[in-house]
Write a protein that binds this ligand. Structure first.
Ligand SMILES: NC(=O)c1ccc[n+]([C@@H]2O[C@H](COP(=O)([O-])OP(=O)(O)OC[C@H]3O[C@@H](n4cnc5c(N)ncnc54)[C@H](O)[C@@H]3O)[C@@H](O)[C@H]2O)c1
Length: 266
């Protein structure tokens, strides 16, 4: 028997026939992840509050029964239970779950004026939603030896003023990620992606879609030379959902063009 390590060809379809659920998958980063899953050979179920956006994806993708859209509110357990049940009934298995849904605009009121309802809006969608979707998908994910990818944020690790609710929700997502990875290993791997500034204006439903209007300064402040696009997150999500990352679990990977590594002196 030869002990020579082989040169392995790169797998061009690392998610061939895998079934991946993407919450908030009808627009923005979630849509980018869903399209990356399709590009990697997978099948996708997008769940989203916005029906028009979900239906537009199916029309524009035109991939037949490789993609489904289901209405979903990740903050309501009955809605999550129905979403996971219908997805499993449609495809017979679940290999991956991407917890992405939730309000993306982080700035609200000063904490001394912050309404409890506004606080809960962020916690319920991002943190409780990640818990609920994981809870209901886990039995199928265990059967498939699947993977979860949670979309956190660089704001779990650094802040602008008046973003406490968002930062707390995303910090919670990072903690949930490593705790669940320890509970579910070796059956299910769980990792998080923390995006920085990802431009999504041209990834919305057709009626809301517009060309991004960023300044040169917006881009060049990033060590990578530009702000991010949904494809940047989709590529890493595919890696974390595929067997190529079989030795990774419990991690939070920052994808921010290097912004959080810049040292500032005035
Ligand atoms: N865009 C960024 O710069 C950025 C940076 C870091 C993290 N993120 C995170 O990435 C994720 C996606 O952000 P985005 O910028 O693409 O946002 P987006 O607003 O473009 O898209 C979010 C999608 O989620 C859906 N959604 C919202 N609440 C929902 C709910 N309760 N149940 C089901 N669907 C719901 C919306 O209808 C929408 O289609 C969010 O978790 C956000 O916090 C975004």
């Amino acid at each position: 028997m030869s002990l020579t390590p082989p040169i392995r060809p790169f797998d061009a379809s690392p998610l061939l026939d895998r079934v991946v659920l993407v919450t908030g998958g009808a627009q923005g980063i979630g849509r980018g992840i869903a399209q990356a899953v399709l590009g990697a050979g997978g099948r996708v179920v997008i769940g989203d509050l916005d029906r028009a956006a979900g239906r537009a994806c199916l029309v524009e993708w035109d991939v037949g029964d490789r993609a489904r859209f289901l209405t979903l509110d990740v903050s309501r357990e009955a809605s999550v239970r129905a979403f996971v049940g219908k997805a499993q009934a449609a495809f017979g298995r679940i290999d991956g779950l991407v917890n992405n849904a939730g309000p993306a605009d982080p700035a609200i009121d000063d904490v001394s004026a912050l309404a409890l309802a506004d606080w809960r809006r962020f916690i319920d969608a991002h943190l409780t939603g990640t818990f609920l979707c994981s809870k209901h998908a886990l039995p199928a994910l265990r059967d498939a030896h699947g993977a979860i990818v949670n979309i956190a944020s660089s704001r779990a690790l650094q802040s602008e003023p008046h973003t406490e609710a968002y930062a707390s929700a995303k910090g919670g997502v990072v903690g949930f990620t490593h705790a669940l990875a320890i509970s579910e290993g070796p059956r299910v791997r769980v990792n998080a992606i923390s995006p920085g500034w990802i431009v999504t204006d041209d990834w919305r439903k057709p009626t809301a879609r517009r060309a991004p209007a960023l300044s040169k300064r917006d881009h060049v402040q990033h060590p990578a030379g530009r702000a991010g696009v949904p494809d940047d997150i989709g590529a890493l999500a595919v890696h974390l959902l595929s067997d190529a990352s079989a030795f990774m679990t419990g991690q939070n990977i920052v994808v921010d063009g290097g912004m959080s590594r810049v040292m500032h002196y005035v």
